[in-house]
Design a binder for this molecule. Structure first.
Ligand SMILES: [Fe+2]
Ligand SMILES: [Fe+2]
Length: 269
């Protein structure tokens, strides 16, 4: 029985996030014999949103599928571009009017993975349809359509409790429920039930010494002076990759192992 290795990378933030990914992903794939790579790309364009250019850059670095989140429309141009990217998906619980695709299905040789994304409802905007109701209704339809058990859910949410609850809600029904959005990797990775990988937050990929990827100087100014100041991305060249690596049994549709990955290096020069 052949196991598969799947790498899921936390929110890619700006240029340094894209650069460290390009620099390190080929080595990671080799080192861990990675079969499928997914990432969250909602901060890939200047720290907020995604564009055809940054989506293309992530895909050409070796990513197979990209999820998004609450910052999906921060770059308005994506409204026109989303429907051209079959490997990028918007949250499944979004209105039907949102352009783009609501899932990513990847097949390589004899193996396949379906990637889905859901947006939480607690302390996050926009408030979309109830993600629990939507996945309950849609999961059997996707399983039927693609005849696959290998489903990975990016649950993009602020509340830790909402994310953990989603993990147990989908226990034994999907390969993984992986939290994103808070940009800080949590140390609670585990296997739920007989094979559903879970982590509250995968973390982020980008500047190490900022505030969730944004400029620490501006963040401090905003906090101290209580004046509006435009957030900029942190310019520090020291960057990190936060990810999780999962080993799955594709026939059983179960994850055997999940481990956290953090890699640090200087980018640009
Ligand atoms: Fe994010
Ligand atoms: Fe987010």
């Amino acid at each position: 029985m052949t196991n598969l290795n799947i790498l899921f990378i936390g929110d890619i933030v700006g240029r340094s996030g894209r650069k460290i990914l390009k620099q390190k992903l080929p080595l990671l794939k080799q080192q861990y014999l990675v079969d499928f790579v997914f990432c969250n790309g909602e901060n890939s364009a200047g720290g907020l949103g995604i564009t055809a250019s940054t989506a293309g850059e992530l895909l050409s670095s070796g990513v197979d599928g990209i999820t998004l989140g609450n910052h999906i429309w921060s770059q308005k141009i994506w409204l026109q571009q989303a429907s051209h990217f079959r490997q990028v998906c918007r949250p499944l619980n979004a209105p039907d009017a949102w352009p783009g695709f609501d899932h990513v299905y990847i097949k390589k040789e004899n193996h396949d993975v379906l990637l889905l994304s859901l947006l939480g409802q607690a302390f996050i905007k926009p408030v979309l349809k109830n993600p629990f109701n939507v996945i309950e209704e849609m999961l059997p339809k996707f399983k039927e359509k693609y005849r696959t058990k290998n489903i990975i859910i990016d649950f993009h949410a602020e509340s830790t409790a909402e994310k953990i609850t989603m993990g147990y809600f989908l226990e034994n029904r999907v390969l993984a429920v992986l939290g994103t959005h808070t940009h800080v990797q949590t140390a609670d990775e585990k296997i739920l039930g007989n094979g559903t990988a879970f982590i509250t937050d995968v973390g982020m990929t980008g500047p190490v010494n900022g505030v969730l990827g944004m400029s620490k100087i501006i963040a401090v100014e905003r906090a101290v002076n209580l004046l509006p100041a435009m957030y900029n991305i942190e310019k520090d060249s020291y960057a990190m990759i936060n990810a999780v690596l999962m080993t799955i049994d594709p026939i059983a549709g179960q994850t055997k192992k999940i481990e956290r990955i953090q890699i640090f290096d200087h980018v640009f020069e």
